[in-house]
Design a protein around this ligand. Structure first.
Ligand SMILES: [Zn+2]
Length: 140
């Protein structure tokens, strides 16, 4: 026997984010950073399986602690198969000057990622045909 015909959730929208978890998050992000740095080092030494392993550990910590992996570190592994992406070895970077973006293709699973990059930077980085990429420099 409920008298209310419909329930209006007004004021129940407060996001309750556990502040007490803040410290844990800090520790987690520190560990994630360290693991990703290790992954980078392993990859640079040619040990990609170890690099993959470090990425998987970092992801596990990230999920457990609900501490997101920083964007710039996310770029280091495939978002589809979570393998470490090393340009030229496990990933291929294609510059799509038409779209003004960089496409990174994982050579393990074929997954793609796009990065928007600053057009001015794109030009200095690869110097493409200028007509394909209409560069408008910001003034001011
Ligand atoms: Zn992949």
């Amino acid at each position: 026997m409920s008298s209310s015909g419909f329930y209006r959730a007004s004021g129940g929208m407060n996001n309750r984010r556990g502040n007490e978890r803040h410290n844990q998050g800090d520790i987690a992000s520190e560990r994630i950073n360290r693991l990703m740095a290790m992954a980078q080092r392993h990859a640079s030494m040619g040990d990609l399986s170890q690099a993959d392993y470090m990425v998987s550990l970092a992801r596990r910590i990230s999920m457990k602690a609900k501490s997101p992996i920083p964007k710039e570190l996310k770029n280091n592994f495939c978002r589809h198969c979570y393998r470490y992406m090393q340009p030229g070895r496990t990933s291929r970077t294609v510059i799509n000057s038409k779209e003004g973006r960089v496409e990174t293709i994982c050579l393990k699973c074929g997954g793609r990622r796009f990065y928007r990059i600053e057009k001015s930077r794109l030009v200095t980085a690869i110097a493409p045909r200028n007509d394909a990429l209409r560069v408008t420099k910001k003034t001011g």
